[in-house]
Design a protein around this ligand. Structure first.
Ligand code: GLN
Length: 190
């Protein structure tokens, strides 16, 4: 394990959603895992994962705890990976219904685009099994956004500069680390 990797600490925003599942993936890469909730926590990490969960609930908690402006400042200077609900928080435009977002990536997302819980399913991305759980559909990809992988004809993994989003959950797979966690750490290192 390279020495530099062990210096990197990834903060997973721990207000709601699938937080702890990221730990083994990040630790398998030799990086530090930290759950973050307060401005002091945010200062102590090199990059953020916005986990899957319920984007409306996460937004509500961000507002309740007065974290919006601090997060805007943090996201401006550090890499961010949004997963499912996290990708919704990163999108420029959100529909079904419309809601506030950090607009870090010029993408449009339609919440629950694949349908309800019943339509949640697994997918094979690069030979790695991932889950789409009440996932959004990325309906538009703007300038400079690279589509890293598609599923059923729609982009599901995109990146622009230091921002990455996936509409699927790789962290539920117990084969550590996932290729997506590896890609994110590479992005953080670049
Ligand atoms: N449907 C959720 C939302 O709109 C996202 C689901 C997830 O993160 N797995 O926020």
């Amino acid at each position: 394990m390279s020495k530099e990797y062990s210096n990197i600490v990834i903060g997973v925003l721990a207000l709601q959603g699938a937080v702890e599942l990221h730990r083994p993936h990040i630790e398998a890469l030799g990086c530090g895992f930290r759950t973050v909730k307060t401005p002091r926590d945010f200062d102590s990490v090199d990059a953020f994962i916005l986990p899957g969960g319920e984007s409306t609930t996460i937004l509500k908690l961000i507002a309740n705890f007065g974290l919006w402006n601090t997060l805007v400042d943090q996201f401006a200077k550090k890499p961010v990976w949004g997963i499912c609900a996290g990708s919704i928080l990163m999108a420029e435009k959100v529909t079904n219904p419309e809601q506030k977002s950090f607009a870090l990536l010029p993408i449009d997302v339609q919440r629950n685009g694949y349908g309800t819980q019943k339509e949640s399913h697994h997918a094979d991305i690069n030979g790695y099994k991932v889950s789409l759980i009440r996932a959004p559909i990325i309906t538009k990809v703007g300038e400079g956004v690279e589509t890293l992988e598609s599923h059923e004809g729609d982009p599901v993994w995109v990146q622009k500069g230091k921002y990455m989003a996936s509409t699927f959950h790789p962290e539920v797979n117990q084969d550590f680390p996932s290729p997506m966690h590896r890609a994110f750490i590479d992005l953080v290192m670049s």
